[in-house]
Design a protein around this ligand. Structure first.
Ligand SMILES: CC(C)(COP(=O)(O)OP(=O)(O)OC[C@H]1O[C@@H](n2cnc3c(N)ncnc32)[C@H](O)[C@@H]1OP(=O)(O)O)[C@@H](O)C(=O)NCCC(=O)NCCS
Length: 170
């Protein structure tokens, strides 16, 4: 069964299943489906998973003994309607709306992934860069304002989920 740490907000319409842990002060918004059934999902602290996003994993097999769990770090913003499958995300990352991130991908800390980006399997996204496109391309180094926004976006969502919790919004 999922375990949910203190201070989290999980919308009523979100569905969390299986071996999943949600860290302190994180939020999972409307219509999210997160299925830790054939491997585990770990979500860090102050991370937000926005509406309509799907999170899933890949099972262990002879050719891939660990399978592909889904690991998401702290202060990560996952925009609306993203698909994250069996990948590993560090800290302070923004995944733009509608992005697709596939098995075995590793996203290092402080990365901005543009809306609609497709990240093919097993790619490594280097810290401090903007990636956009289908398939993704390393576009340019992040501006200082964008680096700051990675943290600010997480703060904004902690405040928003606190409002929802205080007002009893589901
Ligand atoms: C990636 C993003 C930050 C780009 O911002 P920007 O300031 O316009 O970036 P730039 O001006 O440096 O654009 C760089 C180039 O990438 C292109 N580009 C911008 N966003 C793009 C995207 N999502 N996919 C493909 N190309 C994109 C621009 O057209 C530009 O192309 P050009 O060099 O040929 O003119 C922004 O478009 C984006 O996708 N934000 C995500 C927002 C989001 O989903 N938030 C989460 C929900 S709250």
């Amino acid at each position: 069964m999922p375990t949910i740490a203190d201070g989290c907000y999980v919308a009523d319409s979100a569905r969390l299943v299986g071996d999943l842990h949600l860290g302190n002060d994180s939020s999972v918004w409307h219509m999210v489906a997160a299925r830790g059934d054939v491997n585990h999902i770990r979500i860090g602290q102050r991370t937000n998973v926005q509406d309509g996003t799907i999170l899933h994993v890949t099972r262990r097999s002879e050719s891939n003994p660990g399978g592909f769990p889904l690991i998401i770090g702290d202060d990560v913003t996952i925009g609306h309607k993203c698909m994250l499958h069996g990948c590993t995300l560090g800290n302070r990352i923004l995944v733009g709306m509608g992005a697709i991130i596939m098995d075995g991908v590793v996203v290092e800390d402080d990365v901005f992934i543009g809306a609609g980006t497709l990240v093919p399997p097993n790619k490594i996204l280097e810290s401090g860069y903007l990636y956009v496109g289908n398939p993704m391309q390393k576009k340019r180094p992040l501006k200082d304002s964008e680096r700051a926004f990675l943290t600010q976006s997480a703060i904004n969502y902690v405040e928003l989920k606190n409002d929802y919790l205080e007002e009893g919004q589901r």
